[in-house]
Design a protein around this ligand. Sequence first.
Ligand SMILES: CCCCCCC/C=C/C(=O)SCCNC(=O)CCNC(=O)[C@H](O)C(C)(C)COP(=O)(O)OP(=O)(O)OC[C@H]1O[C@@H](n2cnc3c(N)ncnc32)[C@H](O)[C@@H]1OP(=O)(O)O
Ligand SMILES: NC(=O)C1=CN([C@@H]2O[C@H](COP(=O)(O)OP(=O)(O)OC[C@H]3O[C@@H](n4cnc5c(N)ncnc54)[C@H](OP(=O)(O)O)[C@@H]3O)[C@@H](O)[C@H]2O)C=CC1
Length: 321
Amino acid sequence: NCRKTSSRGRSVVFCPQWDQQPKMAGSSVFRPGLFNHKVAIVTGGGTGIGKAIAAELLELGCNVVISSRKAERLEAAAQEMRQQIPPSSPACVIPLPCNIRSEDEVKGLVSSVLQQFGRIDFLVNNGGGQFSSPVEHMSYKGWKAVIDTNLTGTFTCCKEVYTAWMKEHGGVIVNIIADMWKGFPGMAHTGAARSAVDNLTKSLAIEWAVSGVRVNAVAPGTIFSKTAMENYKELGPNLFKMSVPFSPAKRLGVPEEISSAVCFLLSPAASYISGATLRIDAGQSLYRSMWEIPNHSAWPKAPDGENQEALKDLLKPQSKL
Ligand SMILES: CCCCCCC/C=C/C(=O)SCCNC(=O)CCNC(=O)[C@H](O)C(C)(C)COP(=O)(O)OP(=O)(O)OC[C@H]1O[C@@H](n2cnc3c(N)ncnc32)[C@H](O)[C@@H]1OP(=O)(O)O
Ligand SMILES: NC(=O)C1=CN([C@@H]2O[C@H](COP(=O)(O)OP(=O)(O)OC[C@H]3O[C@@H](n4cnc5c(N)ncnc54)[C@H](OP(=O)(O)O)[C@@H]3O)[C@@H](O)[C@H]2O)C=CC1
């Protein structure tokens, strides 16, 4: 069904199906070999978004270290990814367990990667998460767990990779944050942490420009994966189903739609981009909030006066206005 048309003297092949054909899961739109011999650390790289990022980096020739707390799940993910690496590729994937909440474990991770590969070109701070709870019922321990993971964990990984390698050799960092642009009612801890990482990204982009380090963030909308859903236990399926109408796309995103943007930000195509946050949410952050506010009369009254009187009149059941 493809037609050849000529546009301004150039020959163009136009396929009407192209814009309807989705990118295939597990196949990058970037040039094979783009990241040959580079080394990346992807935290949370054994599941969901992190796994898609790791797989796309591998496909592009990068050596990838996937890291998170659960060693068995990490090893299984690495085995699965190894099956996809063509024999001609120089890339490899290794799982290294690390809790990003522990400064010592992060230091250990960075030094192991340097021992094994001798360099760290890319850091993707993707590991993290939260539970859902209104603030009034949130325990201090729960608040701290989420801040320590998403904010302090990201800080620690950035700092350790920078001081041990990127300060002298340059590199690229991408921080995964969230759609917290209208606050994050129901998950206020993560909203506060991700907003702080958005700001940290800007500070680091300036402080580390002198080392040739670019630092950017990606803010996903609601992205479906089995592991993300399972985190919310029995609430999970409904939470994700309920989110669909709140996306202007009227569908949820998938991890592969985040990984392509991360690979772009890591690549030389983004060589002049630093301190930026890319929202990958089909416009969700510009659209309506999921948080329902029931009708109530608790709000402070407006000042008396002619506008207030006219407003009362307008709102009477049979208003003449
Ligand atoms: C509005 C909904 C839209 C749909 C979602 C859209 C956005 C989606 C965003 C996503 O990020 S999806 C990805 C989800 N994946 C994860 O969150 C994975 C990582 N998450 C975790 O590891 C945990 O959630 C954690 C809380 C961040 C850390 O858990 P960890 O196991 O390290 O800590 P714990 O020792 O278990 O807990 C510490 C403390 O936290 C409180 N708490 C934990 N879970 C809950 C819960 N479900 N409800 C209430 N409180 C919780 C609690 O105080 C824990 O202490 P203890 O009581 O256990 O002593
Ligand atoms: N899915 C979505 O809609 C959205 C997700 N995000 C964020 O994107 C990132 C990836 O989430 P997603 O793939 O969806 O969900 P997953 O639950 O699949 O991924 C979370 C990953 O983070 C790892 N992790 C959690 N805590 C730690 C820790 N203390 N140290 C090291 N690793 C840790 C987990 O591994 P382990 O348990 O083995 O440690 C897991 O691999 C998270 O930060 C998430 O909050 C942001 C916006 C939306």
